[in-house]
Design a protein around this ligand. Structure first.
Ligand code: FAD
Length: 513
């Protein structure tokens, strides 16, 4: 009872504290601390690059950037803040691929995790081949390259692999494998974490389990992950990669849900919508044969919105003779528009790393470092048809500005874990919907406006939609985001980061001195 009262008091205090960012300079000067000599910098180039992220819609300047070369460097920095009368905020920055300043630390210190990467160490596959221990600063592509050398692979991925292990574990890490293998946060066995008190702890589901579950999907609020132990399996060699086009949304979602209800079927399932009359490919994927571009475009023109179901089945020498048969059977059972089925056969690596080509292409045209006002949502299964009517066929068509891929695919809730911090809808099946927009520096606000329109539509219709890679401008937004799990989120914050110094860019809590 005493604990409950304490939590309630904490929540009242937190709720009554508006999220404001302290604009006055911090009265500390960590640059004078010798232990950070050569690692802590306030050079304008470092501070400038730590102020921005992939989103390019925020610019939030830290006072300094730490380039740690060891776990101790980070521990010392956190302790310095925690022990100080006037603590300072700090944030781990993985690869800076957030879209809304989530890895920033205004007037504080950004910890550039990538400076920890040492090519000679930091990744070790277990003797049994069942898991890999990896420094959290490594990119998933680097993990994949290393494990494939031994014929092994993690099983749960993001669509894009140039993200750090620590960054995706702080969010969830989802892709077309999630329905079957769970998000990346359910494929972690153990972690080393430095808490907001500067204490380092090894945690797993059996050891310091509360910290373990807090950190997974914890938006960087409870500690900095320095090592993660990730499950491995034997890597397949190749991937049969199929796409099917639909004009009817209910047929499309019925087929998606049927496919993900089978545990031994495909290895990957995603989906997307098409509303542009131009070529059906986008920056993220070059897939369709050029000879078919025209007829796909005219189908979009006729129906205004069409849907693409995408599945992959991995195979190797032992399954190469049955995979075609299996995919044929699947294709026969689907209710796509006949004649609009496409197939590719690629290496496992080429499939997982498929977004990289698009990235390099955009970079070569100077179109990568542009504003990305993204919006990612989890939509409960029972609401997805209303979402289609109101958003895809409503807001999106009416505004006619959507630029970039729009993903829509279901996942099974039982592959997640309620003890983790990640917020997800209550229903057994929910959809990930991603508006992956690219904009110009002068027009990104129009996209953001559309994002707000979509969020308002969902809220007014009481659909129980939750943001993934969330951004909320007020604490009320966060309280709604976590719903009944908000209390435990706050309780854990006070336990592991009582001065609220970690990951201020998420805009959830305000630092306490
Ligand atoms: P950052 O942006 O650097 O950090 C993100 C948050 O995590 C910050 O709050 C930061 O403080 C915290 N953090 C970073 N490292 C650590 C650490 N070691 N310990 C504790 N906290 C830490 N996500 C998906 O789930 N699926 C996708 O398919 C997917 N595709 C993407 C494609 C592109 C092109 C981009 C740009 C992003 C994509 N994302 C996807 C989103 C991505 O997973 C998140 O933005 C992720 O946070 C990025 O990782 P990062 O290493 O850049 O993290």
């Amino acid at each position: 009872q005493v604990r409950l009262i304490a939590i309630t008091i904490v929540i009242i205090i937190t709720l009554s504290t508006p999220i404001t960012t302290n604009t006055s300079p911090q009265p500390w000067n960590i640059l004078s601390h010798n232990e950070f000599a050569g690692k802590l910098t306030s050079s304008s180039s470092s501070v400038e690059s730590a102020a921005t992220d992939f989103g390019h819609v925020t610019k939030i300047f830290p006072s300094a950037v730490l380039n740690p070369s060891s776990v101790e460097d980070i521990t010392d920095l956190i302790k310095l803040s925690f022990d100080s009368q006037l603590s300072f905020p700090l944030a781990a920055r993985g690869h800076g691929h957030s879209h809304r300043g989530q890895a920033s630390a205004k007037d504080g210190v950004v910890v550039n995790m990538r400076s920890m990467v040492n090519r000679d160490r930091g990744i070790k596959v277990s003797g049994t081949g069942l898991y890999v221990d990896v420094d959290a600063a490594w990119l998933w592509i680097e993990v994949l390259n290393k494990t494939l050398e031994l014929g092994l692979t993690p099983v749960s991925w993001t669509d894009y692999l140039y993200l750090t292990v620590g960054g995706t574990l702080s969010n969830g890490g989802i892709s077309g494998q999630t329905f079957r293998y769970g998000p990346q946060i359910t494929n972690v066995l153990e972690m080393d974490v430095i808490t907001g008190k500067g204490e380092i702890a090894t945690c797993s589901k059996d050891m310091n389990s509360d910290l373990f579950f807090a950190v997974l999907g914890g938006l960087g609020q409870f500690g900095i992950i320095t090592r993660a132990r990730i499950k491995l399996e034997v890597a397949p060699k190749r991937a049969k990669w199929l796409r099917f086009l639909y004009i009817d949304f209910s047929e499309f979602t019925r087929d998606q849900e049927r496919v993900i209800s089978k545990t031994d079927g495909v290895d990957f399932l995603e989906g997307s919508i098409m509303v542009d009359h131009g070529p059906p490919d986008n920056w993220r994927s070059t897939y369709y044969p050029p000879s078919d571009h025209l007829r796909i475009a005219s189908m979009v023109k006729r129906h205004r919105v069409i849907y693409c179901l995408e599945v992959v089945k991995y195979y190797d020498e032992t399954s190469q003779y049955t995979v075609n048969e299996e995919m044929e059977e699947l294709s026969d059972s689907l209710n796509h528009v006949r004649g609009f089925m496409y197939e590719k056969d690629v290496t496992y690596m080429d499939f997982l790393n498929r977004v990289r080509t698009g990235e390099l292409n955009l970079k070569s045209k100077g179109q990568w470092d542009v504003p990305h006002p993204w919006l990612n949502l989890f939509v409960p299964k029972t609401q997805i048809s209303k979402f289609d009517d109101g958003v895809f066929k409503g807001i999106i068509l009416r505004n006619n500005i959507t630029s970039g891929p729009v993903l829509v695919y279901p996942m099974n809730r039982n592959k997640w874990n309620d003890r983790m911090s990640a917020a997800i809808p209550e229903e057994d099946v929910f959809y990930a919907v991603g508006f992956l927009r690219s904009a110009g520096f002068d027009n990104w606000e129009a996209f953001d406006q559309e994002n707000m329109e979509i969020l308002k539509f969902c809220e007014d219709a009481n659909m129980g939609v939750i943001q993934y890679l969330p951004y909320h401008s007020s604490q009320e937004g966060w309280v709604r985001h976590f719903g009944p799990r908000w209390n435990i989120f706050v309780e854990r914050k006070y336990k592991y980061d009582p001065k609220m110094i970690l990951s201020p860019g998420q805009n959830i809590f305000q630092k306490i001195n």
